[in-house]
Design a protein around this ligand. Sequence first.
Ligand code: A2P
Length: 257
Amino acid sequence: MLGLGVWQVRDGRECERAVAWALELGYRLIDTAQAYGNESSVGRAIRNSGVPREDIFLTTKFYPGGKDPRVEAEKSLARLGTDYLDLYLIHWPQGGPTWAWAGMEAASEAGLTKGVGISNFGAAELQELLKVSQIQPAVNQILFSPFDYRRALVEAGADAGVVSQAYSPLGTGRHLGDPAVERIASAAGRTPAQVLIRWAIQKGLSVIPKSTHRERIEANFDVFDFELDEQSISALDSLDTTHQTADALAQRQKWWS
Ligand code: A2P
């Protein structure tokens, strides 16, 4: 439900420390990607943590500039120093939503990953994929926060049995200083980050905030002893700028097209 994302975390000491702290503080979901260039550090931190591998849920993502998801999964496993992934996602639908799926299924059939899924797929792309998939996509990881409340996309996922997972739940930090978020946080006696994370959880999503600071990693995980009331939830809902879209990103946000 709540994991550490390591997008934009530098390979080496910074990444190793963040993952080590997260595991020490109780996180059991770690989210990386081939494109992040930090899988080796994630793997080292996991191995040195003393937490059994089977207690950890490890996600990485196929970089769709590559050709063969199965071959690339093997390379990820070598960098991560583990013999399986829990979840392997197509990072974005570059070149269309279906071409990479057979290779994702091959990775699954070879036992390289327990689950396969997608990221940055809109509802129409998900529907295209469902027409050709033999293995059910488990997860769609999407840009999601009160400001990026893609309600129709989350509903399309739920209808198809796909779990939505929120990346950049803090707007990569931009939403933390928003006056409405600050007001709701101070009324609840929590931090803006905790309010944004809690909102995503109450919307039923799995959520992966990123931080490289120990005290923030700790505070971001401390969200299971309070609930946002209906008024706060609807005030946060009203911050949406996506018109509750079923698209994963606005056209101008699609960095690969
Ligand atoms: P840092 O890594 O220096 O702690 P998102 O998860 O939406 O991508 O947001 C990540 C950004 O938000 C990072 O810049 C991170 O900075 C910052 N951040 C994460 N947690 C907190 C927090 N609890 N308080 C303030 N900033 C935070």
